[in-house]
Write a protein that binds this ligand. Structure first.
Ligand SMILES: Nc1ncnc2c1ncn2[C@@H]1O[C@H](COP(=O)(O)OP(=O)(O)OP(=O)(O)O)[C@@H](O)[C@H]1O
Length: 277
């Protein structure tokens, strides 16, 4: 049994438990569709895919904030969770990696063939068009195989949890959660080598978060995650041989060289000490 299948089993039990609780307290229909996030298989790209070398960055109008001496190396097998206090620069680091921001110091190198799939609140918020999800996705990804391109896109949207009655609704009439599913579908259709995910769970229900974790587990490319969802971080960083934790704090990016559970324990100890003092 693969690791993904094992964890899927765990997730299923966990979500059944949750369903049981729900049926007692809040009777509701949990899901009438089957969600199965999936990011497509890839041909391997030669290393290095993406590197920041001695990179620094500051916003011209925010001189109190600076990231310095950032060295990161992202590969197809990379699994990274970026953590740190609010406002420490986690999203900024992700934007430097994505190429949305250019370092003000140091160097960045990117493989020319590299495809990045990016999820952030901003990407969801800019979906304000009158086109429906099928039109939008066919516009971005026109090369679909099969008899009906629209049906191919609808099948993918269904897997990412957008109910079929919403496939032809103008996007500006959809909820944040429904738009998030369009963004995930679009990311998968772009065949990314690296996923950059900034708070990907904000709009997802528990079942979809588990399904996203399963999909990330199976994904052959690199994953860089910023999240406050410790369950998702634990899932993404559960393989000590390839997982990394980057702590962004006081303008620096440092690798925490033990597990995420150790990091949480350390943080709890610090908090206890502060309360005791
Ligand atoms: N476009 C911008 N222009 C100027 N300052 C910015 C900009 N974006 C972010 N900042 C500032 O840069 C600092 C780092 O912001 P960033 O969003 O990267 O932090 P973060 O660690 O992701 O925060 P959070 O955990 O709260 O999401 C903050 O002080 C923020 O106010």
């Amino acid at each position: 049994m693969s690791k993904a299948e094992k964890t899927k089993g765990k997730g299923k039990n966990a979500s059944n438990d949750h369903d049981d609780q729900k049926s007692v307290t809040v009777p509701q229909r949990w899901h009438d569709y089957y969600v199965k996030f999936h990011f497509p298989d890839l041909t391997e790209l030669a290393r290095p895919l993406l590197q920041l070398v001695e990179a620094g960055f500051c916003y011209p109008d925010r001189l109190g904030f600076k990231l310095s001496a950032v060295d990161v190396d992202i590969d197809m097998g990379t699994r990274v969770a970026i953590i740190g206090p609010n406002g420490s620069g986690k999203s900024t680091l992700l934007k430097l990696i994505a190429g949305d921001l250019a370092p003000t110091e140091g160097q960045v190198s990117r493989s020319q063939k590299l495809r990045i799939g990016q999820y952030s609140q901003h990407v969801v918020e800019v979906l304000t068009m009158e086109e429906n999800a099928v039109e939008y996705l066919l516009w971005i990804h026109p090369d679909q195989e099969g008899m009906s391109k629209a049906e191919a896109v609808r099948a993918k949207l269904g897997k990412f949890g957008l109910p079929k009655e919403n496939h032809l609704t103008p996007i500006d009439k959809l909820s944040g959660g429904q738009k998030a599913r369009i963004v995930f579908t679009s990311i998968a259709m772009g065949h990314p080598h690296v996923l950059l995910l900034d708070e990907p769970t904000n709009h997802l229900d528990m079942q979809s978060i588990d399904t996203l974790a399963d999909a990330l587990d199976e994904f052959a490319g690199g994953v860089v995650l910023v999240s406050h969802d410790s369950r998702l971080i634990s899932r993404v960083c559960d393989d000590e041989t390839r997982s990394q934790i980057w702590v962004v704090e006081d303008g620096a990016v440092n690798t925490f060289d033990r597990t995420f559970e150790d990091y949480k324990d350390e943080l709890m100890e610090e908090i206890k000490k502060e309360v005791a003092d």
